[in-house]
Design a protein around this ligand. Structure first.
Ligand SMILES: NC(=O)c1ccc[n+]([C@@H]2O[C@H](COP(=O)([O-])OP(=O)(O)OC[C@H]3O[C@@H](n4cnc5c(N)ncnc54)[C@H](OP(=O)(O)O)[C@@H]3O)[C@@H](O)[C@H]2O)c1
Length: 287
């Protein structure tokens, strides 16, 4: 059952990310409406061509597609519960939550006659709509096929990753953990180096070079994990373990909290103790 559409899409939640999503839909030529708990944030989008809705009911009344982007899935559910009917609607949830939250929301929406896709934004608001931006979606392929043209407007790398409803959150949480660990490692080592008198330009340039190496190392590690072959003729776990121990010793007196580096050192020590010292980095996947 499809609702008569006066708007192509409604966005609920006009925080930093929700506002970027609504603006992108509108700038792509869609009729977009938006609602926010604090009305001023929806009203501020009017100058970008997004029609502010005064209530959830008004936002959902004229559309078949609603994208929800709030702090968490509790907020998504509480706000949708205020709607008179969700029947015939497709709900796309981009609010963060656990796998349980996603599965519970899927059941609840099913009971209320709504179709559901879950998703996660793997980018910043300022990148929404850019060729390199990615929003990952999961849920039934048939629902994705209905809304693919609209949802891929959000970024050139946006895609349907899985029919399994928790697929997008799973990738987001796992790859997000990698992202924040790497970023925390950068802040940690950059702070040490700046205190040691290196310039920010030196640190930045050398780190960006390191990121290119990391791309290469990630491809190699992925290939080794896939093949199950962890021998290396490039750099052994022992070499990495020695290097990190040395870095920890040298940087310890900088007064910086080196807990990311210390955790890496602990993992490499464990791999050495398990007899993996002569293997490549990816062998740690066997621990
Ligand atoms: N920003 C990013 O770079 C980024 C990247 C990846 C994922 N995300 C995810 O995207 C989601 C939104 O992030 P954001 O950066 O837009 O956050 P934000 O700027 O803090 O906005 C939060 C939004 O949630 C609304 N909200 C919170 N609790 C609510 C409730 N109980 N009822 C109704 N509305 C409620 C807020 O409404 P009010 O304005 O009324 O407070 C606001 O619209 C989060 O799950 C976040 O983890 C963000």
């Amino acid at each position: 059952m499809t609702r008569p559409a006066r708007h192509d899409v409604a966005v609920l939640g006009c925080g930093l990310m929700g506002s970027a999503l609504a603006r992108r839909f509108a700038s792509s030529g869609l009729a977009a409406t938006a609602w926010n708990r604090t009305p001023g944030r929806a009203e501020a989008l009017a100058s970008d061509g997004v029609r502010p809705a005064a209530s959830v009911e008004e936002a959902l009344g004229g559309t078949g597609l609603v994208v929800v982007c709030m702090s968490d899935i509790d907020a998504t559910r509480n706000v949708l519960a205020a709607a008179p009917s969700l029947s015939g609607l497709t709900v796309v949830n981009l609010s963060d939550g656990t796998y349980d939250d996603v599965e519970t929301l899927a059941c609840w929406l099913g009971e209320h006659g709504a179709q559901f896709l879950d998703g996660s934004t793997l980018c910043y608001p300022g990148q929404i709509g850019e060729p390199g931006a990615m929003v990952a979606f999961s849920g039934p392929s048939s629902v994705w096929a209905e809304h693919e043209a609209t949802l891929t407007l959000l970024g050139g790398r946006s895609r349907h990753v899985s029919d399994e409803i928790t697929g997008a959150k799973s990738l987001y949480l796992g790859c997000g953990a990698f992202f924040v660990t790497a970023l925390t490692g950068f802040v940690e080592s950059a702070t040490c180096l700046l205190r040691r008198g290196r310039t920010l330009e030196e640190v930045r340039d050398t780190t960006l070079h390191g990121l290119e190496l990391l791309r290469h190392a990630t491809e190699e590690a992925a290939a080794a994990i896939e093949s199950g072959r962890h021998e290396t003729d490039q750099a052994t776990i022992h070499v990495f373990a020695d290097g990190v121990r040395r870095a920890l010793g040298e940087l310890a007196d900088s007064g910086v909290d080196l807990s990311v580096m210390a955790a890496v050192s602990g993992k490499l020590d464990a791999a050495e103790h398990a007899g993996m010292g002569r293997l490549g980095y990816s062998a740690q996947s066997l621990l």
